[in-house]
Design a protein around this ligand. Sequence first.
Ligand code: NAP
Ligand code: MN
Length: 267
Amino acid sequence: MKVAIYSNNGESSLEVASSLKKGIDQSDKLSIDGLNPEIVISVGGDGTLLSAFHHYQDISDKIRMVGIHTGHLGFYTDWRDYEVKQLVDSLEHDNGQSVTYPLLDIKVNYSGSSPSDYGLALNESTIKQISGSMVADVYIKNQFFESFRGDGLCVSTPSGSTAYNKSVGGAIINPSLSAIQIAEISSINNRVFRTLGSPLIIAPDEWVKIAPKTTHKTILTCDQQDLSTRVVESVEYRISKRKLAFAQYRHTQFWQRVANSFINEVD
Ligand code: NAP
Ligand code: MN
């Protein structure tokens, strides 16, 4: 089985990556292949796993991810840095077991004849304006829904619901559901401006269109990156037909993972 190691540059991550590489080199069932891997192991934090996903985005339907965390407990990273041996052993006994997480399709339309941009997010996409308030019309399934005024909007996947979405008061969604959530980032609500004011979750056959009404530049993010800083005409979001697979060598129940990340004291 072909394995790629994607590490951040932290000292402890590089150490883990090097002992992992050693373990893989010593195994006759495993080999390192950074170009066409079947398994991608990220070594670092959730941010590292997001970078690894985007690095292998074009072949993301052919890979399964594994996350080793070298810092604090991560959400996508459930192997500890001292478990390299167990992980190599699990890789050697792999029988294709996996769990898949929904992804978010992003289509960015510009005015005139500029071609659209496309993005794929594992966590979320946000559309926001740094200075002044962002005014944007929100459509659900081509029906006008509301006119938003505030800092911005956060559109997240279920597995991204524990990230930015959580900070802005969104709900946590089990990734076994295909759904996307739209959460407001500091909306202005008074007698003049009115939005729903609560996060909303749409179904897989629905889509959302956000059309900024300002001539100011909006910032459009896709996970940890900027997708566009140009003047955007509209952004369309829907649940992708693609999903991201994680090799599931052991099972941690989703809500246990949530409790471990946010509530329980861990060593
Ligand atoms: P970062 O500033 O290190 O990320 C912020 C925190 O979010 C880190 O603790 C990160 O864990 C954690 N995180 C990432 N994905 C998560 C997930 N699905 N569930 C729970 N926690 C998660 O930047 P980054 O590492 O490049 O990550 C980018 C992400 O940061 C974005 O996708 C966005 O979700 C999040 N973010 C949050 C806010 C906010 O809450 N106000 C603002 C901007 C961005 P690690 O330390 O393990 O990386
Ligand atoms: Mn990070």
